[in-house]
Design a protein around this ligand. Structure first.
Ligand code: NI
Length: 137
């Protein structure tokens, strides 16, 4: 069935360092390369949030979506060190883990079933995307 979606773009700047205490320094370097640099580094992250078209008016939905993403995502991460975020206490701050976290943070704050997918652009050449399987009823 054809479906219309809307995608909004958001931005935040954040620092991170790819590192896990479960690996030795040598193993961390082998796994993450220069992203394991002790001093960390930053990205201008772009977050693409796609929602399904629904019965509510588009203008309202866009405004509502902007408000939720600002409160739940942008204000939480903008100008922060991702490694210090409690959600990353036991995982590394990879784009894969970040895009999944953003989905998890948003999905319960938006109308049920409206979130279609989340994308994160980390660098010019790195894009991560996540969409959870539909809930089984
Ligand atoms: Ni990085």
């Amino acid at each position: 069935m054809a479906q219309i979606t809307m995608t909004r773009r958001y931005r935040f700047c954040a620092a991170h360092r790819l590192h896990t205490d479960f690996l030795t320094p040598q193993q961390n370097w082998a796994a993450f390369g220069k992203c394991n640099n002790l001093n960390g580094h930053g990205h201008n992250y772009v977050v693409l949030v796609t929602v399904k078209s629904a019965t509510a008016g588009a203008a309202y939905r866009q405004e509502q979506l902007d408000q939720v993403v600002e409160e739940v995502i942008v204000s939480r991460f903008d100008h922060h060190d991702l490694n210090e975020d409690p959600a990353f206490a036991e995982t590394t701050t990879t784009g894969e883990n970040l895009v999944k976290l953003i989905w998890d943070l948003l999905v319960d704050k938006l109308p049920a079933g409206s979130l279609e997918k989340v994308g994160v652009i980390e660098t010019r050449d790195n894009y991560f995307e996540y969409a959870a399987p539909a809930a089984v009823h």
